[in-house]
Design a protein around this ligand. Structure first.
Ligand code: PHE
Ligand code: CO
Length: 285
């Protein structure tokens, strides 16, 4: 197995089913791994009240993550009745089309392995902590849950149209690194941020990155960095905005964007709605 960058993927792909799912084998996690999980959780849980959106916070509190690496079946007993989503254990990254098929059927693939202690602060590939802590709480939100399924269906279509790169940028700038404007000020709902000890502060407080109002075509034309904090974040006004903007058929958009040179990750455009720090309603009040 190799990823898009060509390096070998972490994880044991030798015992998976044809749809890439595996059994979690919860008993195989060591006490040291549960301890590492608890440390990761404790750090993020302390940051969540200031930086995460309320939809995320409300759910996190009900999931008991502080106890140790969760069992898939225990979380599924809560998730299935909440939004009809289900977690599926996978060995690691899966091919695009496999991923989209799972999402289209309201199954979220979660990686079974945990990072090494030396990766406490930073990891490039998604591990079980990123997937459980960053993604799973958002799947309890009904609007976001429907967005994720629609995204999976859209991915299958984009695959057929040769437009995965454009659609992947949308996932990156929303599901992984999205910001949301709330009555409390700017907050995050992006899993890549929520599971990161450094970026969760940086994305809200640093003067360096651009923060730009959500703009679907602009996002699908913008490159991203996978190995540094983001240089640009896109801000939604609510999950309904995200859902509504992505409802139309993307085929004409792909046609329009194809052949255009993508924007660099750091670039600001004259048409961008720029968010200025401190300008949020709660801070102005
Ligand atoms: N509406 C998009 C299409 O027709 C699919 C999509 C939905 C993509 C939601 C992303 C999010 O391709
Ligand atoms: Co992720």
């Amino acid at each position: 197995m190799t990823g898009e960058t060509g390096h070998a993927l972490r994880g044991d792909y030798s015992r998976m089913r044809p749809d890439y799912t595996v059994d979690q084998d919860w008993d195989a996690y060591t006490p040291a791994q549960h301890e590492l999980w608890r440390r990761l959780c404790a750090r993020q849980a302390a940051l969540v009240p200031r930086y995460a959106c309320e939809e995320f916070r409300a759910t996190l509190a009900t999931l008991d993550y502080g106890a140790g690496i969760p069992r898939f079946d225990a979380i599924n007993r809560k998730l299935v009745p909440a939004t009809r989503w289900e977690l599926a254990a996978v060995p690691g990254l899966v091919p695009d089309l496999v991923f989209f098929e799972h999402l289209a059927h309201r199954r979220f693939p979660v990686t079974v392995w945990l990072r090494e202690p030396g990766e406490f602060d930073y990891i490039v590939e998604p591990d079980i902590f990123h997937d459980f802590f960053g993604h799973v709480p958002m799947l309890f939100n009904p609007v976001f849950a429907d967005y994720m399924q629609a995204y999976g269906r859209g991915g299958i279509k984009a695959h057929a149209l040769g437009a995965i790169e454009m659609l992947a940028r949308l996932y990156w700038y929303t599901v992984e690194f999205g910001l949301i404007e709330t009555r409390e000020g700017l907050r995050t709902y992006g899993a890549g941020i929520l599971s990161s000890g450094g970026e969760i502060r940086y994305c809200i407080e640093s003067p360096r990155p651009n923060r730009v109002g959500f703009d679907l075509l602009r996002i699908m034309q913008t490159r991203y960095k996978i190995d540094t904090f983001q240089e640009t974040y896109f801000v939604i006004r609510g999950f309904e905005e995200l859902f509504a903007a992505t409802e139309p058929d993307f085929a004409p958009y792909y046609g329009e964007l194809r052949g255009r040179e993508p924007y660099p990750a750091s670039m600001l455009l004259a048409s961008d709605r720029v968010h200025h720090r401190g300008a949020s309603p709660s801070r102005a009040a």
